[in-house]
Write a protein that binds this ligand. Structure first.
Ligand SMILES: Cc1cc2nc3c(=O)[nH]c(=O)nc-3n(C[C@H](O)[C@H](O)[C@H](O)COP(=O)(O)OP(=O)(O)OC[C@H]3O[C@@H](n4cnc5c(N)ncnc54)[C@H](O)[C@@H]3O)c2cc1C
Length: 404
């Protein structure tokens, strides 16, 4: 009986396993280094599992930036709508939040994962935890480190779904990069995506404002704009708005050595209106009171102005209004990959055929976050993991049926 190994039991690997479990006369085994499956998936569900997005397909596909052309056909086959139907098939309803984001009804990943694993087990999929893949032995078998010692196992096809390189304690540590690079597979360096940044705050600002949200605000970098909020940290910034702009910030740091996030602290007012509001007589008001009463700027927003502007700018109405609408916040470095929500870089699509099989290692397929694509948060990450897992599983199925 042909045997298929899926290495990595996150959403991409499990979706690949599901495609193969449907085939009679095939032995399907999922291996994971960790003591249980889907740990990052469960973590993604902690603050409310945003599994996909309801926006129109052209906009959705555009979120994958430079990789949208290669991701588009995979999403056409299994995109947000199909994903919602598939989740429905597990007995879990989904709903569209006010932002257009899609969540499972209970907002959590655990019920979905539990039901899914149960269904896969029922379909005959074998699961092996505490099996860390170590690469290939000379005769082509897969090497695994297990609590019972090292094992070498032979398979007719292998699907690698090993994740990116962030939150290593959840299982995906990027150690696979060296194993594939050894075999000559081209891999774009792993980089943090949807990550925070370091900022050289003064001690005073950091002590006073660390942990505070800045909202509402519009951020812009290199022509990309994002409305939302972010948080001040002791040494920098993090949160939704920053994650959404993290790719251009990270790339500017890498290419130019410096990067600036521009903030509009008064998104509800035009520059002309803000200038007129601030030009009204201040009387005996302090600057802080004047900013609060006339422009709604107070707390951390006022702190940012004092932190980032020369004192003389604060006293000239035109300059102050212009700075509130376009405040430059220089960032000094991206936070390390391990802290990022997701990973950019990975196995390049040029190394894969349309079925996500490695051109130079026939019978080995790749899926999920280990591929070289990136997207913002908003459900785009999981949707692409499911779509690529499905494509790799179906690709392996087609390849195996061609062999028989
Ligand atoms: C805090 C947080 C919140 C998130 N929230 C969201 C969200 O709301 N919406 C969204 O779309 N995305 C979210 N994500 C991202 C999403 O969870 C990931 O993109 C997704 O889990 C990646 O799926 P994957 O199957 O490719 O890899 P993973 O889920 O990382 O799974 C890879 C598996 O491979 C195993 N593995 C790795 N190396 C080996 C080895 N050598 N041998 C054996 N097994 C190995 C790992 O143990 C792991 O189980 C979030 C991520 C984080 C960290």
């Amino acid at each position: 009986m042909p045997r298929v190994a899926i290495v990595g039991g996150g959403p991409a690997g499990l979706m690949a396993a599901e495609q193969l479990a449907m085939v009679d006369g095939l032995e399907v085994a999922v291996f994971d280094a960790m003591p249980s499956f889907g740990r990052k998936f469960l973590m993604a569900g902690k603050g409310g599992m945003n599994i996909t997005h309801s926006e129109p397909m052209p906009v959705f596909v555009g979120r994958y930036g430079a990789r949208q052309t290669v991701i588009a056909p995979l999403l056409e086959a299994f995109g947000p709508q199909q994903l919602r139907e598939w989740i429905g098939g597990l007995g879990i309803a989904t709903f569209v939040g006010s932002s257009g984001r899609v969540f499972p009804m209970e907002m959590k990943a655990a019920p979905l994962l539990r039901t899914w694993l149960h269904r896969l087990r029922g379909a005959g999929v074998q699961f092996h935890v505490r099996h860390r893949w170590l690469g290939w032995a000379a005769e082509g078998t897969l090497r695994f480190a297990t609590p019972a010692g090292e094992k070498a196992l032979a398979f007719d096809a292998v699907i690698l779904a090993l994740g990116g390189g962030s939150w290593a304690k959840l299982g995906s540590d990027g150690a696979w990069v060296a194993l594939l690079a050894e075999r000559g597979i081209p891999i774009a360096p792993l980089k943090p995506a949807n990550c925070g940044f370091d900022v050289a705050w003064s001690a005073h600002f950091s002590e006073r404002f660390a942990g505070q949200p800045v909202k509402p605000v519009i951020g812009s970098v290199a022509g990309r704009r994002q409305q939302g909020e972010f948080n001040i940290t002791a040494g920098g910034i993090e949160g939704g708005l920053v994650y959404a702009l993290s790719a251009p910030l990270r790339d500017a740091l890498a290419t130019k050595g410096h990067a600036v996030l521009y903030l509009d602290l008064a998104p509800g007012r035009t520059l002309a209106r803000l200038t007129a509001d601030l030009a009204r007589p201040r009387g005996r008001d302090s600057l802080a009171n004047h900013l609060r009463r006339r422009a709604g700027i107070e707390g951390v927003k006022a702190g940012l102005l004092r932190e980032l502007l020369p004192p003389e700018t604060l006293t000239v109405t035109d300059h102050l209004a212009a700075a509130i609408k376009h405040l430059p916040l220089p960032v000094t470095a991206a936070r390390p990959l391990d802290e990022a929500i997701s990973t950019a870089g990975g196995v390049v699509f040029e190394a894969l055929d349309a079925n996500l099989m490695l051109r130079d290692l026939p019978d080995v397929f790749c899926a999920g976050e280990m591929l070289d694509w990136e997207a913002p948060t908003g459900g785009y990450l999981l949707t692409a993991c499911f779509a690529t897992g499905r494509a790799a599983g179906q690709g392996a199925r087609a390849w195996l049926s061609g062999l028989s």
